[in-house]
Ligand binder design. Structure first.
Ligand code: PMT
Length: 397
């Protein structure tokens, strides 16, 4: 189990750290909280002791063997996040001041260190704070930028603690050790394309984009430079991923073509509409004009086109959503689309396919079919990343 230290300093955003710590605990991490005396004015240490099942240690505390806790924790930590980080504590840590439990443990720790500043806009923008944040970066600490909004003091501006989901992702990224796609460029498509009938209506399907987003997230974690081309969806953006929104299959084709020359790996997890209405009415189709007959025409097969027109050796991965004769159809698609991998999911299987956070997939490649167990979409994403890295290595042999 990995150990994360969360340092909490004396700012109003300290109240948000309770949720952050609770979220970290749900990720099966061993979390310790260290607080400055000022932080304890905003929120009680008991809150964190209850959440983490560890006391909030003080500077001279020892464990049951008499070992000094600030050194023990520093040795144990796999990541150290200070959130919220006040201007005062940022100034202290960049100048090696270690006069309490938090700053002393921080100085002794050798793990990845993350700083999430939160303070009044003028304090944040003050050149002294900006210089100190620049120093943090020079020292190799990851600074998680504050966001802009209404601050507790009533001012509107920069200085809000970053979103908790971003802090979580940063911690998970810091703990992640497999960088198998470092320096590689991955393009992934996600979601259900929308094919307009008129300005109000469209044809679509049930894809939510979750599978494609999960691949984007895990590829980024594995070190890839990621472009996510997504049909309309309701998912939160992934920080650090180049996001390109599209609507229809034709839009997606155009954008995929644009990015194809800049990709080592292309993954088509999107559920692209095979057909679009031949005519798109300029005005809303009125029911008074009778039941309309809609003529459809084929959309281009994006996956096939990019696969057959690779500008240089590229890993191409398609998906197949099937409901019957699953392997038979999948093998046909694998041959027809000439991909390196085809990831097959069966809508009839519990926990697989549209909308859910899990998937049960089989991965077809040139010489084998691998049946994976039911796992989260992120885990599927990681399994794919490992296979992409291996395939890229084969290219260079
Ligand atoms: O988004 P979620 O809710 O998480 O659901 C995930 C998913 C079920 C959509 C995903 O796992 C999945 O299976 N995506 C592909 C679904 C699909 O469209 O399958 P298909 O068999 O129709 O298409 C085969 C492949 O060709 C796919 O890679 C598809 O992107 C591609 N294709 C299809 C049609 C077309 N005109 N152009 C394409 O590129």
């Amino acid at each position: 189990m990995k150990t994360v230290i969360v340092g909490i300093t004396g700012g109003i955003a300290a109240y948000k750290s309770a949720q952050l710590v609770s979220d970290l605990m749900k990720k099966d991490l061993d979390v310790y909280v260290l607080m400055t005396e000022h932080a304890k004015e905003f929120i009680a240490p008991l809150t964190f002791a209850s959440l983490t099942h560890h006391p909030v240690y003080g500077l001279f505390d020892t464990d049951q063997h008499g070992k000094i806790m600030h050194i023990e924790l520093a040795k144990k930590a796999d990541a150290f996040l200070i959130a919220p980080a006040t201007a005062n504590v940022i100034a202290k840590i960049v100048h090696g001041i270690a006069d309490d439990m938090l700053t002393t443990t921080f100085l002794a720790a050798t793990c990845p260190k993350l700083i999430a500043p939160a303070m009044n806009t003028h304090m944040y923008e003050n050149p002294v704070t900006q210089n100190n944040l620049a120093l943090c970066k020079q020292l190799g600490y990851r600074v998680i930028d504050s966001s802009t909004g209404l601050l507790a003091c009533g001012d509107v501006g920069v200085g809000k603690l970053a979103e908790l989901s971003d802090l979580m992702e940063e911690v998970e990224q810091a703990l992640w050790s497999d960088h198998c796609l470092q320096g590689k460029r991955l393009v992934v498509t996600a979601g259900a394309t929308q094919e307009a009938l008129d300005p109000v209506r469209y044809l679509t399907n049930h894809s939510t984009g979750k599978m494609g987003f999960a691949i984007a997230k895990m590829a980024k974690r594995c070190g890839a430079e990621v472009t996510l081309i997504a049909a309309p969806n309701h998912l939160p953006p992934i920080k650090g991923v180049n996001y390109v929104p599209v609507v229809s299959a034709l839009d997606m084709l155009e954008v995929v073509r644009t990015y194809q020359n800049q990709a080592d790996i292309i993954v088509k997890a999107a559920a692209v509409a095979d057909y679009r209405p031949k005519e798109v009415a300029q005005e809303k189709i009125k029911k008074e004009t009778g039941t309309p007959e809609i003529t459809l025409e084929r959309n281009p097969d994006i996956l096939k086109e990019i696969s057959l027109n690779r500008p240089f050796p590229q890993v191409i991965c398609g998906f197949a959503m099937e409901t019957e004769h699953v392997m038979e159809h999948a093998k046909e698609k694998f041959e027809k689309k000439q991909v390196d991998f085809l990831v097959v999911n069966n809508l009839r299987e519990e926990g697989a396919g549209f909308g859910v956070d899990s998937n049960r997939v089989s991965i077809l490649s040139k010489d084998k079919v691998e049946d994976l167990k039911l796992m989260s979409k992120e885990e599927v994403g990681y399994e794919l990343c490992k296979r992409f890295a291996k395939r890229l290595e084969e290219f260079s042999c």
